[in-house]
Design a protein around this ligand. Structure first.
Ligand code: NDP
Ligand code: HSE
Length: 441
C-alpha cells in the first residue's frame, strides 16, 4: 500500500490527541483511504512536558526544523498555535512543497491571505478544518457540500469555552472564574483564555467561515466583537422569563438591502456578541463545550451542524480528516483538488456595526419614581426606537430597581446614542446593560 509520511509540530492537547487517534484508528483510515499514514517526527518545546496522551520519545524532537526539513515528510501538521513562530513553521513547510494541516485560527485570521498565497505559489494545499468548531466538519461542508449555495445567514456557537461557562453559570449558578479554571483544566481554553472570553477566538472562526461563505477575505479588524464578561446571571434569568437564552454568537449575514451595496459584491454583517435567542430555537439547547452552526443556504435551506467544539479528541478527528484529504491528494496526484476559497479575488464589504439593524434587550437600574419610564421612552422615541415590552419587578418607591426593556428593530448607531443619553439621566444608577436579540428567522 502507498504510504504518506507525516510530521507534526506541537504535541500538546490537540497534537497528542492526534497521535492517540492515529494509534487508535490509523489502520482503519488506511483501509478506507488505500493509503498508509506514518508519523516520522513530532516536534515539541520540552520533551519532559506532561502530555494528555503519551508520545514515544523516539519520535520526538525539540527542533521543529527537523520536521520541515525531513525530505521524507510530505504533510506537516502545525499544532503549536499563536501568530508568531507558527507562521514561520507553516511558511517554511509550504515553501518546501509540503501540504500543511493546521488548527490555528488565530494565525489564519491574522495572515490568511499571505498563507493561502504561499500555498498557491508552492502548488500545495493548506488545510484548516480543525480551526473552526473542533470536531464539526463545517469547513468541508461549506467548501464542498454546499458549493452550489449562496449563504444568506450563518449563526454559530463557535467557542466551546464561552458556551461551557455560560451553560454552567445558567444551570448551576456557578461562578465565572471557577468555571473558566475548569475549562482550562479540560484543555478547552486558548492561551491566554482572554482570547475566548473577549470573543476573539469566535471572531477568528466566524471570520474564516464568512470568508469562505462569501468569497472574499474578511479582515478581522472589520468584525465587531464583544465577549461574555458582561453576561450576568440576572440577565440570564430575565432572558429566560422573556422566553430567551443568552448565547455567544458568531454571525455572518448578508445585508443586501444596504443602500450602497454594489452589484455582485456582497455586503455582509460579520459580528460576534452575546445575544438573546428564542429559547425554543434548537441553538438555545446547545450547551457546555458543544458548538453548533446554523447555515442557511439559498438552495439547500436551513441546516444545522452540532458537535464538540474543543478538546483533544474532537479536534484530533478534524485534523485527521484533513490529513486524509492531503493523503488522497498525494495518492491521486491532485495537490489542490478543492481550492481553499470559492474565490478570494471577489470584492465584498463588511457593514460597520452602527449600520446593522438589530432588536435589543436593555437592563437599566433606575430609581422607582413617577415619570422615569416616560423620560426613558422619550429618549428612545427621539432616536426612532420603539419599545416592544417592559418588565419591572415590583420594588419600593424611591429605591433602585431593574427595568428591562425589549426594543424593536433599530440601527446600532441610533441605539448607542440613545443609551448614552439614558445613562446620563440622574435616575439611572448604573451603566446600562445591552444585548442584541437575534430571532434567527
Ligand atoms: P497546547 O499549548 O496544548 O500545545 C502546543 C504545543 O506546541 C505543545 O506541545 C508545545 O510543546 C508545542 N510548541 C510550542 N512551541 C514550540 C516550538 N517552538 N517548537 C516545537 N513545539 C512547540 O495547545 P493546543 O494543543 O490546545 O492548541 C494547538 C492549536 O490548536 C492552537 O492553534 C489552538 O488554537 C488550536 N485548537 C485547539 C483546540 C483545543 O480544544 N485545545 C481546538 C481547536 C483548535 P510542549 O508540549 O513541549 O510544551
Ligand atoms: N478555545 C477554543 C474554544 C478551542 O473554546 O472553542 C476550540 O477552537
Amino acid at each position: 500500500m502507498q504510504k504518506v509520511n507525516l510530521g507534526m509540530i506541537g504535541g500538546g492537547t490537540v497534537g497528542s490527541g492526534v497521535f492517540h487517534a492515529w494509534q487508535l484508528n490509523g489502520r482503519l483510515m488506511a483501509d478506507r483511504l488505500g493509503v498508509a499514514l506514518d508519523f516520522r517526527r513530532i516536534a515539541v518545546k520540552d520533551l519532559d512536558e506532561p502530555r494528555p496522551y503519551p508520545i514515544p520519545r523516539s519520535l520526538m524532537t525539540t527542533n521543529w526544523q527537523e520536521v520541515v526539513n525531513d525530505p521524507q515528510v510530505q504533510v506537516v501538521i502545525e499544532l503549536v498555535g499563536g501568530t508568531g513562530i507558527a507562521k514561520t513553521m507553516i511558511l517554511s513547510a509550504l515553501a518546501k512543497g509540503k501540504t500543511v494541516v493546521t488548527a490555528n485560527k488565530a494565525l489564519l485570521s491574522a495572515h490568511g491571505p499571505e498563507l493561502f498565497a504561499a500555498a498557491a505559489k508552492a502548488g500545495v494545499n493548506l488545510y484548516y478544518e480543525a480551526s473552526v468548531c473542533g470536531g464539526i466538519p463545517i469547513i468541508k461542508s461549506l467548501r464542498e457540500g454546499f458549493v452550489a449555495n449562496r449563504f444568506p445567514a450563518i449563526y454559530g456557537i463557535v467557542n466551546g469555552t464561552c458556551n461551557y461557562i455560560l451553560t454552567r453559570m445558567r444551570q448551576e449558578g456557578a461562578d465565572f472564574a471557577d468555571v473558566l479554571a475548569d475549562a482550562q483544566k479540560q484543555g478547552y481554553a486558548e492561551t491566554p483564555p482572554d482570547l475566548d472570553i473577549d470573543g476573539f477566538d469566535a471572531q477568528h472562526k466566524i471570520g474564516i467561515l464568512a470568508s469562505l461563505a462569501h468569497g472574499f477575505w474578511v479582515d478581522h479588524r472589520d468584525i465587531h466583537t464583544e465577549g461574555i464578561r458582561e453576561v450576568s446571571r440576572i440577565d440570564m434569568q430575565f432572558a429566560r422569563q422573556l422566553g430567551y437564552a443568552i448565547k455567544l454568537l458568531g454571525i455572518a449575514k448578508r445585508v443586501d438591502g444596504a443602500s450602497d451595496s454594489k452589484r455582485g459584491a456582497p455586503t455582509v454583517q460579520v459580528s460576534v456578541y452575546p445575544a438573546l435567542i428564542p429559547a425554543s430555537h434548537v441553538l438555545a439547547s446547545v450547551d457546555h463545550v458543544f458548538n453548533a452552526v446554523f447555515v442557511r443556504g439559498d438552495v439547500v435551506g436551513d441546516t444545522l451542524f452540532y458537535g464538540r467544539g474543543a478538546g483533544k479528541d474532537a479536534t484530533a478527528s478534524a485534523v485527521l480528516s484533513d490529513v486524509a484529504d492531503a493523503a488522497l491528494d498525494l495518492k491521486n496526484g491532485t495537490p489542490v483538488r478543492v481550492p481553499p476559497f470559492v474565490s478570494h479575488a471577489k470584492k465584498g464589504r463588511v457593514l460597520p456595526i452602527d449600520r446593522i439593524v438589530s432588536r435589543y434587550y436593555v437592563r437599566l437600574s433606575v430609581v422607582d419614581r413617577p415619570g422615569v419610564l416616560a423620560r426613558i421612552s422619550a429618549i428612545f422615541a427621539a432616536n426612532r426606537i420603539g419599545i416592544s415590552s417592559v418588565l419591572q419587578p415590583e420594588g419600593h418607591e424611591g429605591e433602585s430597581v431593574p427595568l428591562i426593556l425589549m426594543l424593536h428593530d433599530a440601527p446600532n448607531g441610533a441605539m448607542r446614542q440613545a443609551l448614552a443619553a439614558i445613562a446620563r439621566l440622574p435616575v439611572v444608577k448604573a451603566k446600562p446593560v445591552l444585548f442584541r436579540v437575534e430571532t434567527l428567522d
